[in-house]
Write a protein that binds this ligand. Structure first.
Ligand code: SME
Length: 178
């Protein structure tokens, strides 16, 4: 049993077959939604998601949030994994591309992504999903993996839907920008 969520234990760094990854994520969804039921504080939601998604996604070596703290600036939020860079301007990295375009960035090989920021040299693939609330980009969810192609389109779509649900009524202390 993994701490915080009822899933079969899987060793950190394991890349399960895609179908098993999707099934594991779908089994986690009702538990994550129950854990966050009624929560509106941005940091509480992000900290809980970082914890539970870390347990759900064993292929990840980094799982967390970058929050919009100025018109075109992201700052690190709650995360699991090695130390993440503190600030990312919209002009840089996979997270910046996600924030700038407000579109999901599914990167099967970060070595061929122009401007990728390597917080961990072991990272080979990345998935970054925008969190847009009431028409404003407020944060991004950043997932890294040491495996090439560590995340799939099906996982991305499931996570997009989860984020839309849990942030729909969130209250963000940082005043809206942009
Ligand atoms: N790789 C990200 C930077 C954040 S660290 O990976 C946690 C990027 O290129 O934006």
């Amino acid at each position: 049993m993994s701490e915080g969520i009822l899933l079969e234990p899987v060793a950190r760094g394991t890349l399960l077959p895609e179908a098993a990854r999707v099934a594991r994520l779908e089994a986690a969804l009702p538990q994550i939604l129950a854990a966050l039921e009624g929560e509106t504080d941005e940091v509480a939601v992000e900290a809980t998601l970082a914890c539970l998604l870390w347990e759900t996604l064993p292929q990840a070596n980094w799982c967390g949030f970058y929050r919009r703290v100025a018109d075109r600036m992201l700052a690190v939020g709650p995360y699991q994994g090695g130390m993440g860079c503190l600030r990312i301007p919209f002009e840089r990295g996979v997270c910046g591309a996600c924030a700038r375009t407000e579109t999901t960035q599914l990167v099967p090989d970060v070595h061929v992504f122009p401007g990728h920021i390597a917080c961990d040299d072991a990272t080979r693939s990345e998935l970054v999903i925008p969190i847009t609330v009431r028409g404003q980009l407020r944060a991004v969810l950043d997932l890294d993996s040491p495996h090439l192609d560590g995340f799939s389109g099906a996982e991305a779509r499931t996570l997009e839907s989860l984020l839309a649900r849990v942030f729909s009524r969130a209250v963000f202390p940082t005043p809206g920008m942009g």
